[in-house]
Design a protein around this ligand. Sequence first.
Ligand SMILES: Cc1cc2nc3c(=O)[nH]c(=O)nc-3n(C[C@H](O)[C@H](O)[C@H](O)COP(=O)(O)OP(=O)(O)OC[C@H]3O[C@@H](n4cnc5c(N)ncnc54)[C@H](O)[C@@H]3O)c2cc1C
Length: 394
Amino acid sequence: MPTRSTDVVIIGAGAAGLMCAMTAAARGRQVLLIDHANKAGKKILMSGGGRCNFTNMYAEPANFASENPHFCKSALARYTPWDFIAMVDAHGVPYHEKKLGQLFCDNKAKDILNMLLEECERVGVDLRLNTAVQEIQKTESGYGLSTDIGEIAASSVVVATGGLSIPTMGATGFGYEIARQFGHEVLPTRAGLVPFIITDQLKDLCVALSGTSVAAVVRCNGESFRENILFTHRGLSGPAILQISSFWQLGDAVEIDLLPDRDVLEWLQGQQAARLDSELQTVLGEVFTKKMAALLADRWFVSQPMKRYTPAELREIAERLRAWRVVPAGTEGYRTAEVTLGGVDTREVSSQTMESRRSPGLYFIGEVLDVTGHLGGFNFQWAWASGHAAAQFV
Ligand SMILES: Cc1cc2nc3c(=O)[nH]c(=O)nc-3n(C[C@H](O)[C@H](O)[C@H](O)COP(=O)(O)OP(=O)(O)OC[C@H]3O[C@@H](n4cnc5c(N)ncnc54)[C@H](O)[C@@H]3O)c2cc1C
């Protein structure tokens, strides 16, 4: 097969790759966008429970974890949530704010993917699915790629292969391999935004309460999140748990405040004074579901009339509810994780252009980089912003 030439090859037709492709092609660059999967943007389709939380109105650098926290600032400032929202508006895609600045489609995540695909088509992006890359070599004029559709010569190559989460959706470590091939360091990766597995004596409680959701503040390693937690058959999940999982390391304890909106001791003392004969279980039933109150009263404390608790016992109960310590046995791993922490070290990548400092003409965008957003639309915003940044220079 003869070698075909193009200005830009983008590997990975996910969120970042699609944004980069449509923006670079709109600048007049000839763009070949390739993906080994049979469909573009599979993660967009499954995101946000099928409704795609496509950005967060309050996105700022503090919402991203990285060994190099300054790296994301420039791209995020140059392509903001409002830029993406303007495109969503222009395409007439209906959406709403669910909570905390999180914007979701009213209908289906497909609306976002279709919008990106339409934009790519409009500006002439050449999208090739079911196409694997076997090899990339540096050449005099740029890069040479061996692929399923033949040899390709390009002046720029953009790596947009994402992270390792959900391998069944096409995730691979290929981007990390390319990075290493061209002399980049890849920081250790692990699953983020992922449920915890509990195997110790708390497991029974989680199983018994499976499906119960409760508002909480969850803390670990100096980070804290105020959101719901969800008991599951395997342990703990829900937004607050997913958030803190990105800051948790094996062996760490997680502290959960189950009654974050009140001074628990003061409240219990007030209840004791007002309701001498009420059982603890009944009192807890006012702030938790009946089932949860019964289980906590039964398993953590001996439920008895409030008047029987000594001040020390009341303090103990308050402490347990305020700072419940859980040591997860692990996480559910890449199988269910929303993101991959770690990745291509950003200290060897330009924050202005996303270009490799090791190999000119090579770019990294999206989740393959060591930039990981909190839960709530931040990861897509990073994909859009980094893809847009690179597109100005490829
Ligand atoms: C279940 C789930 C729900 C999520 N929900 C949200 C949400 O609501 N909001 C949010 O902000 N974030 C969400 N995320 C995170 C978000 O999907 C990712 O952060 C984002 O998709 C990363 O974009 P990306 O383009 O870097 O990578 P991806 O979107 O993962 O795209 C990478 C692409 O590269 C392709 N690829 C991989 N290896 C190769 C190879 N060797 N050759 C060719 N192609 C390759 C893949 O097939 C894929 O198409 C969710 C993630 C998951 C798993």
